[in-house]
Ligand binder design. Sequence first.
Ligand SMILES: O=C(O)CCC(=O)C(=O)O
Ligand SMILES: [Fe+2]
Length: 363
Amino acid sequence: MALNLDDAKSIYEFVVTEGNGIKGLVDSGLSKVPTVYVQPPNERIDKENAIKLELPPIDLSKLDGPGHHEVAEQIVRAAETVGFFQVVNHGVPLQLLESLKETAHKFFSLPLERKAVYLAPVSPSPLVKYGTSYLPEKEKALGWKDYILMQYTGDDEALRYWPEEIKGVLLEYVRSSIIMVKRLLGVLLENLGVKPDDSLIDVLTGRKTLAMIYYPTCPNPDVTIGIGRHSDIGMLTVLLQDEIGGLYVRIEEDMNYEKKAEWIEIPPIPDALVINVADMLQVLSNGKYRSAEHAVRNTNTNSRVSVPIFTMPLETTKIAPLSQVIQKDGIAHYKEFMFVDYMNNVYKNALDGKKSLHFAKIG
Ligand SMILES: O=C(O)CCC(=O)C(=O)O
Ligand SMILES: [Fe+2]
């Protein structure tokens, strides 16, 4: 069927079903945003209503020296307030970060056949999924992004199943990032009065999902969104963003952040990685650490790429506020549940800010 830009069904077929993605649509010579991509006004991010986060990045090399306490405090403070921070001297090779961004651009520029083999209905492996938008069949408007998602279940499986063009750099990225994630979690758990033992941290970060995301330039970015308002579901997310910008975090009243706007933009910092707190860390800490609501829009004339690693508990892990924290707080704000149940509950619905956490809340 030929693509008809005035027909929503034709666009859906071309973009979602055939797997051409938003990349294919933009490349077809789009001059204005089709209606299926126009977000309702309350889902758009008004750039005028956003401020830049001025916090300097946290230098993780100091964790090993006399500056340990100061750095640990910066990490804790960020997790308790905005739920987002940036790190430098993180141990992930800088050359690798450049290769990852380059590789992401190259992957999305591949011919359709190389990408469409990973569409959910036909993917040769449950570990790899290529697609567009977040949940096209459930969303009011489609998101202006394409992605490829990969589960990391071990080096051998990654080498066997992940796409040839990207697996080398991604494997190196997950190996080096996970060391950093474990250190950060150690600091955050210790601050809650929990002895950060390796086996606990291994279970809490046992599931690792990697993605490469592509947000092409948009003829009218004011009405579209790359990824809508959401919080991440796991423990900590590591995010490599490029120099384009467009990652926004919602400011909430109780964030201890001066509310001068609705959104904070997390500015690109060369060589830095963005870290954010996700839902399970909020639950374990009984609400002390915040999984922040965030969203992406690309207003740049160039395409944006990002490469996140979502660390999460193993599926069957029982999650509940840590006893050390409940003892201090005198009350649990979240019930106990199995992580896989939380995950399944989130993945069946379109994104809606922090509503995901309602599943776990008591009262
Ligand atoms: O692309 C980004 O900067 C963020 C992506 C994101 O928030 C997500 O995929 O959960
Ligand atoms: Fe996210």
